[in-house]
Design a protein around this ligand. Sequence first.
Ligand code: ZN
Ligand code: ZN
Length: 224
Amino acid sequence: MYNISSELTMLNQKYGLVGFKQKDGYVFYGDLKLNHKYNGIVLQNDLYISMFVPFLYPNELPIVKDITKKIDCTFHKNKNDILCLACDAEMFLDLKTRKNVTISDFIERYLLPYLYSYTYYKKCGEVPFGDREHGAVGIIDFYKSYFNLANRSTALQFLEYISLKKYRGHNLCPCGSGKKIRNCHGIDLINLIKKIGINNVYNDYNMCLEEINYTKQLDKRKKC
Ligand SMILES: [Zn+2]
Ligand SMILES: [Zn+2]
């Protein structure tokens, strides 16, 4: 298990974050500073955040809040001013398969690029690197590209299969090829479950269903 306390001093010195131990993890507060260069462009900014890091990190992901509501609603942001840093499955896939993963890894790979991306977006009106759509569509697009599928509805069928059915090699593959799953997407599917955990896929599936039902009821989806 990863030991958060060993990183407390460094997180304070390097990022100005002060951590407090709580029941299920640590809460950090601080004014995160951005001074990054990408493609020759240097951008500076700061963001006052709270960051909850569960003791179970990286099997559970940190939650970062924009305390002063600086990030506007047109950018990636979830309910309660929680930053939408990336698709959960993508972060799990990355962080859980890294050796000796730290909170610094999370900050460097997700938090600072997010702040850079936002700062760039405010300045130039577009994001500097590839961007997923917000919410369910972004989640579905992740599975679509992971399994190399032709469309989003097939990706949703994969989510449904993993979440609700027990893997059986002789079942027909959810991609619709007509082949048995073990002769088609079976290995990719087993690998994904092994890497990110069935519960996390299940959470993604539920989030997608919730949002799809919600958008059916309302013409316009409110972002924040
Ligand atoms: Zn988003
Ligand atoms: Zn298949």
